[in-house]
Design a protein around this ligand. Structure first.
Ligand code: PLP
Length: 385
């Protein structure tokens, strides 16, 4: 089997499992307890926070551990918008892009439904990029927050985050970015990016599912979503997930030291794969930005097929991939991301996403491109959809 669905999730790395194991077994204390076992857990949590902060170029106090990317996005969008509105009731709009992950999009819709916010959706160009002009046109004096992702999970397009963040901040508007897919592949220095908040998720990086973090620049207003014992400096109550935090910090540190070195190689392998698929499958189209895209994502539409049928044919041939995002898998609706890029619903239904982990090889991708040619051919021969 060749696993080409790393954007959905990744296996836990051995080093990560070894780093977290003590906190699942002998050193199992509650970091809030005032005894030696608790102190040991608290020290591990503090070390994980410091390592995460180093990877994000921020201060440890600016890291909030969460249960993953979804919670980090919810906390950023709802937490910052609601806290800003509490300080100034005129702040009742949020700006998002047309290609956000549902964790951001649905958080914005919640603000609209339950708190009377207006949601301004910035369109993208045919490559999936938000231009500075488009963002500038969406900003208003009432905008409480801008949330635009760093790299897209379906087509891999990378946004000019530093430029967009500077634009928002010049008007005093906090800027959040969902860096769940970017982490491990692109620089995450929050100071250089100039963002006020940034979300990451462990399971995309070789940590287990259920751990993530939100960077929040100090003094950014933030209303907590989870209330209770006041952990995470009151920003996220709940007994600290020590093993999860250790896993996230270890995976992030490893990704930044080794995976980033692989980015150029993986990008070259991705380009070779794209060339082979385009040469072998007449009518195939690459979706997303041809240049500014994650090294790890190659996404296509295969007109005259159905993406789901191609996936099944690929799986029969030992290739595991997906028709778009894992959260939308199985949905009959065409991907809103692909529609936002200007593709028709018919073509959007033919999407297939291949996503790679850092260990991917040229031989695997060569085998995969041959399988794609055969799979698309057999779906077309059956007269699908
Ligand atoms: N944001 C993006 C861009 C993602 O790709 C994902 C997961 O697929 C998430 C957020 C949600 O992260 P998690 O699975 O950790 O909740």
């Amino acid at each position: 089997m060749i696993f080409l669905d790393a954007a959905a999730t990744t296996p836990v790395r051995r080093e990560v499992l070894e780093a977290m194991w003590p906190y699942l077994s002998g050193d199992f204390g509650n970091p809030s307890s005032h005894h030696s076992l608790g102190d040991s857990a608290a020290r591990a949590l503090a070390a994980a926070r410091a390592a995460t902060a180093t990877a994000l170029g921020c201060r440890p106090a600016e890291v909030v551990f969460t249960s993953g990317g979804t919670e980090a996005d919810n906390l950023a969008v709802k937490g910052i918008a609601l806290a800003r509105q509490a300080g100034d009731p005129r702040l009742n709009r949020v700006v998002i892009s047309a290609v956000e992950h549902p964790a951001v999009e649905e958080s914005a819709r919640y603000l609209e439904r339950m708190h009377g916010f207006a949601v301004d959706v910035v369109p993208v160009d045919s490559c999936g990029r938000v231009t500075a002009e488009a963002l500038a046109a969406a900003l208003r004096p009432e905008t409480a927050l801008v949330s635009i992702m760093y790299a897209n999970n379906e087509v891999g397009t990378v946004q000019p985050v530093a430029r967009l963040a500077a634009l928002a901040r010049a008007q005093g508007i906090p800027f959040h970015t969902d860096a769940v897919q970017a982490a491990g592949w692109l620089p995450l220095d929050t100071a250089a990016l100039g963002v006020d908040a940034l979300s990451i998720s462990g399971h995309k990086l070789g940590a287990p599912k259920g751990c993530g973090a939100l960077y929040v620049r100090s003094r950014t207003p933030l209303e907590p979503l989870l209330h209770g014992g006041g952990q995470e400096r009151g920003r996220r109550s709940g007994t600290g997930n020590v093993a999860g935090a250790v896993a996230l910090a270890t995976a992030l540190t490893l990704a930044q030291s080794s995976q980033r070195d692989r980015a150029a190689d993986v990008a070259a392998l991705r380009d070779g794969f794209i060339r082979e698929v385009l040469a072998g499958v007449p009518g195939a189209v690459v979706t997303g930005d041809p240049h500014d895209r994650l090294p790890s994502i190659a996404s296509f539409c295969f007109p005259g097929t159905s993406g789901e049928s191609v996936l099944l044919e690929l799986e029969r041939r030992g290739i595991i991939c997906s028709s778009g995002s894992a959260c939308a898998a199985g949905s009959d609706e065409p991907s809103p991301v692909l529609l936002a890029l200007g593709l028709s619903a018919d073509v959007a239904q033919t999407a297939v996403r291949f996503s790679f982990d850092p260990a991917i090889t040229a031989a695997e991708l060569h085998e995969a491109s041959a399988a794609v040619r055969a799979a698309v051919g057999s779906v077309q021969a059956l007269g699908a959809p």
